[in-house]
Design a protein. Structure first.
Length: 402
């Protein structure tokens, strides 16, 4: 790929920030020689990086790019500049910081929405007893033994892949591939992810599955859609092919986690299953393919209701993060607040609080709910193939969907 001087400087800047702020870049699939330059050089000071970023901002509008691409690159540079200022010790109010990083305003979820959420969970899971008892009973009944996790997930991935390729004809690169790796993260001090997709470039992904995390047969289809088809792996493969390789748009050879791109990517992944299946279809597929004994399970109608309610649980995650990072609540108060809704168990709550307190991932917690809501408000709860294809193929900013 022949990348212009401006593009090289853009990529060098992102990779140099990553050298200070580990995890800032989630993947890079651009020219290796650019990465080698950064690997060999000493760490640049935030002041130097700030100067480089300002220089790029001044040069952007002389590159001859169309207005849409200029706007995209401008927001990416604003995001990088905000990250550098934070590294430089500049005190930026959290909401202002978030807008600069992600191109979207941050505010709390209205508590009335969470009251409605608890009522939906009660109707879907609690019924005759308390919600807490209902949720615990389902966790016990639906938990999958560790030695069955890989087989079940592969089956779910195969189902979502087949459906995605039926709907999105000739969109996904033919040489794409997902490698699956089991990882065991049992250290209580570590962050725990049930799944994580690492994009490797050249249309390949490594998808890590952590069977030491509590896994339930009723969640495999959503996870496969989120991480694989038509979620993260599909989006990154398509954008590498369409934008980076065919159009030589260097900015799509890299994923900066603290950027507007993350909001869109997590939104795409979070609503991906709804592009493939209705809630009823989702329930039927999982009962037929993953449930060990459907005679002991809820009806299709109840399962569909549960899937719908579960889609909204990120509202509570979002507000927990908001109260922790903006309102500065104590851990004790956050745990009490989360327990009040009876949706998550103690292990999940504590793991989420670790995520929120981690500098690399703290602000990314908001991306799941924000991204999904932006897409839902623009295209509906079940986006059409045409609209979802647009999200997969084109560079979209959060402000484009508002």
């Amino acid at each position: 790929m022949k990348i212009p001087r401006f593009g090289k400087d853009f990529l060098l800047l992102a990779l140099r920030i990553n050298k200070i702020d580990k995890g800032y870049v989630d993947f890079y699939v651009g020219p290796k020689k650019i990465c080698k330059i950064v690997n060999k050089e000493s760490i640049k000071s935030p002041n130097k990086l700030l100067g480089d970023c300002i220089t790029l901002e001044t040069k952007l509008f002389n590159q001859g790019y169309d207005k849409k691409r200029e706007q995209y690159l401008e927001k990416m540079l604003v995001s990088m500049k905000t990250s550098i200022e934070i590294l430089n010790g500049v005190k930026i109010p959290f909401k202002e910081q978030f807008l600069g990083l992600y191109d979207v305003n941050l505010g709390p979820v209205n508590e009335s929405e969470l009251t409605d959420l608890k009522e939906e969970f009660n109707e879907a899971y609690g019924r005759s007893g308390s919600l807490k008892e209902g949720m615990n009973g389902i966790r016990i009944r639906r938990k999958v033994p560790q030695n069955r996790v890989l087989t079940m997930f592969k089956k779910a991935l195969s189902i979502t892949e087949e459906r995605t390729k039926e709907l999105f004809t000739d969109l996904i690169p033919k040489k794409e591939k997902i490698f699956i790796k089991l990882v065991n993260n049992t250290n209580s001090d570590d962050l725990k992810w049930p799944y994580y997709e690492w994009y490797l470039g050249n249309f390949r992904s490594r998808l890590e599955i952590n069977p030491s995390y509590n896994m339930y047969w009723s969640a495999f289809l959503s996870a496969a859609a989120h991480e694989g088809y038509p979620g993260h792996h599909t989006e990154f493969s398509v954008k590498e092919q369409k934008l980076y390789r065919e159009l030589n748009q260097f900015e799509h050879s890299i994923l900066v986690l603290k950027s507007p791109k993350l909001i869109i990517s997590e939104g795409i992944a979070n609503i991906a299953a709804n592009v493939l299946f209705s809630y009823r279809d989702h329930a039927e597929i999982e009962l037929h393919n993953f449930c060990p004994d459907s005679s002991k399970e809820d009806s299709h109608e109840m399962l569909a209701m549960q899937y719908k309610a579960k889609r909204k649980q990120s509202l509570l995650w979002y507000n927990l993060a908001y109260h922790a990072l903006v309102d500065k609540w104590s851990e004790e108060r956050l745990i009490r607040y989360a327990n009040n809704y009876e949706i998550f168990n103690q292990k999940d709550i504590k793991n989420l609080l670790k995520l929120i307190s981690d500098p690399t991932y703290s602000t990314t917690v908001f991306s799941y709910n924000l991204g999904r809501n932006l897409i839902k408000n623009k295209y509906g709860e079940f986006p059409s193939v045409k609209n979802f294809r647009n999200l997969l193929v084109n560079p979209i900013l959060p402000s484009d969907l508002q």
